[in-house]
Design a protein around this ligand. Sequence first.
Ligand code: CU
Length: 173
Amino acid sequence: MYAAPVLALALLHPLLPPVSTVEAAFDRTDGIVPATAVSFAPDAVPYGAGVRVVVQRAEGRTTVSMTVDGLTPDHLYPVHAHARACGTAPADSGLHYQDRPDPVQPSTDPAYANDRNEVRLTLATDRQGHAAASTTVDWEFRAGEAGSLVLHAGADGQGHALAQRVGCVNVDF
Ligand SMILES: [Cu+2]
């Protein structure tokens, strides 16, 4: 009698692309319970600012979408997928995740350090401090080798991300 609903679910499931979703507020790094999203610079990423991340995988491709609220108005935040989870120190999230790993790390070779081989987004906030960005790459993450999305402080005149890390969100890629 209970077989029908179970069968229906089993048939439906393969039609839906796997999704992981994170909804969190940026918090301090020294909370009693480690926060899902942390700020290293409350002037750039205020405590309580909201973040939502959706990861979709389908047919070997991965789409990462991100929205933020309550950040600095009219500002650019370069965002990358990093190898490790957020920690209490900005460097804890490690290096950039790369589909084809550059044998020389940290990677600066544009053949590897580019937006096709890495997940890179730019959050451009409006006058209310809201931004949304999305990117799709032609690959899927290797299990357990990426842990976070890191917000950098800004971009230089050439559009390169500044090294300073102002925020971090744990994501199950
Ligand atoms: Cu980065």
